[in-house]
Design a protein around this ligand. Sequence first.
Ligand code: AP5
Length: 217
Amino acid sequence: MRLVLLGPPGAGKGTLAGFLNKELDIPHVSTGDILREEMKNNTPLGQEVKKYVESGGLVPDEVVIKLIKNKFSNGEVDKGYMLDGFPRTEVQAKDLDAILTILDKPVDYAVYLDASLPVVIERLTGRRICRSCSAIFHIKNNPPKKEGVCDECGGEIYQRPDDNEETIRTRMDVYLENTKPVIDYYNAQGKLKKVDADKDSQEVQENLMKIFDSTGG
Ligand code: AP5
């Protein structure tokens, strides 16, 4: 299956991607994870994007489009893909379609996780991430079994620097201005599947699987 996951910061894109990866074995490509890895390794790209990521702004289109082109050229996504955090602008959406048309791997569905601002703030201020494997936790909804230690790999758990309330509000504004039009773009193509992401994770997953079943996905 070939999917893009859309929705505001904290809607649960990464969490859903983890579920779909286990359930349907679809490769997960998160531009946010790729950028944070570059920052962690202090590469020239990591240094270039740090100011955008940590302030909640968008990294320039040409930088992320290049990352996605690399992913598609090395065969990692031959059997399907799940793009998380990309595309985020109309320019990115159109460039992605151009790349996928050449590869004959068009998007099947754009899954839109629709979540409200109070829910997003509660989720992101309580989110914790594994520094090694990027597994996602929440201090109340989904705490690690041992405080500060990842259940999956034993790695160190940390809080993303952009998960503070001020930066979350900036990210939400950036989302409304730049990414909302991408939702209209996929809706116009008849590919949009909307899910109420204010619901708990299990309900979100079940509702999405029902949509896939009803559409033969
Ligand atoms: P990115 O990493 O993509 O961040 P984001 O879009 O802001 O999304 P998040 O990762 O914050 O949230 P999520 O929806 O994945 O939620 P999660 O599943 O973790 O991007 C970061 C930055 O990189 C951007 O600001 C930008 O600077 C740059 N960037 C990335 N891509 C770019 C691009 N294409 N162009 C330009 N710049 C780009 O869940 C959140 C929390 O809620 C977790 O604690 C989880 O346990 C909990 N939770 C999830 N779902 C539920 C549920 N249903 N019920 C209860 N709790 C839940």
